[in-house]
Design a binder for this molecule. Structure first.
Ligand SMILES: Nc1ncnc2c1ncn2[C@@H]1O[C@H](COP(=O)(O)OP(=O)(O)O)[C@@H](O)[C@H]1O
Ligand SMILES: [Mg+2]
Length: 249
């Protein structure tokens, strides 16, 4: 459904010019969980800004369901790296935002958000404000907002980066359970090899900047996945193989 064709991107001009992405081609199929893994600073967030239409590539094109969307916004649901909850909006009102933006009347959008909050472990927090929630809870509200948005493809930019290790692994399992139930198309970027292998069906491995796709890997582990998955010898071997491909973690 999403296809990137020969995308290249640089910032600046003349002596300031930095090449960030080099001839990136990849795709995300309908209902698939794809991941992009690459070292910090290689250009992952830049790639998402291109997909979200916030930036234009210097070469190449972006296609969604067979239509070119290069440089245009509003086609994908995009959860940026930084927390983007509005501090002045309650939890239910933050969660309802994407529905409202898409034209659902406010009361109906709030009703849908309220229906969902208990299913993500936030029943009773409808009227709470983001600052009163833990990092993991805030992150679940951001996900819910993306999940309720009408765009079929969710792009998640290092969604667990700011969380402590324990919360991070709880949130990975949570996301996986929700995804296995709903099967939205997801593209996740991460610098964690383990996270990509645990969550995704397919993984694109990027090089250091300027990022190129160095390998496309079909992840062989059966679903549903759990804590047992990451200790399988095949999992450990694949993690090691990717590690030596890019030399991180
Ligand atoms: N607006 C910008 N202007 C100039 N350079 C930038 C800008 N945004 C990012 N960069 C540079 O591009 C590279 C890739 O950044 P980014 O896409 O954020 O990487 P990642 O998300 O993989 O850590 C980095 O070297 C960063 O310093
Ligand atoms: Mg980034």
């Amino acid at each position: 459904m999403l296809e990137l064709k020969n995308l290249s991107m640089h910032y600046g001009t003349g002596a300031q010019r930095t090449q960030v992405l080099q001839d990136i081609s990849l795709r995300v199929n309908q209902g698939e969980f794809a991941a992009i893994i690459g070292p910090s600073g290689c250009g992952k967030s830049t790639l998402f800004k291109l997909i979200g239409g916030l930036l234009k590539p210097t070469a190449g094109s972006i296609w969604l369901e067979g239509k070119e969307i290069t440089g245009t916004t509003g086609h994908v649901s995009y959860v940026p790296q930084q927390n983007t909850l509005f501090p002045w909006r309650s939890v239910e009102s933050n969660a309802a935002l994407a529905l409202e933006v898409a034209g659902t009347p406010k009361q109906a959008a709030l009703a849908t958000a309220r229906e969902w909050l208990p299913r993500i472990g936030l029943g009773g927090y409808e009227k709470a404000y983001p600052e009163t929630l833990s990092g993991g809870m805030q992150q679940r509200v951001s996900f819910l907002r993306a999940l309720l948005s009408p765009q079929e493809l969710m792009c998640l930019d290092e969604p667990f980066g700011a969380l402590d290790a324990l919360t991070r692994s709880e949130m990975q399992q949570w996301l996986l359970d929700i995804w296995e139930e709903h099967r939205r198309s997801v593209l996740l970027v991460t610098h964690s090899i383990e996270e990509a292998l645990f969550l995704a069906d397919r993984v694109y491995v990027l090089s250091h900047k300027p990022a190129r796709v160095v390998r496309e890997i079909t992840v062989p582990f059966a679903r549903p996945r759990s804590a047992q998955t990451v200790v399988l010898p095949e999992f450990v071997a694949l993690r090691q193989k990717i590690h030596s491909l890019i030399g991180i973690q």
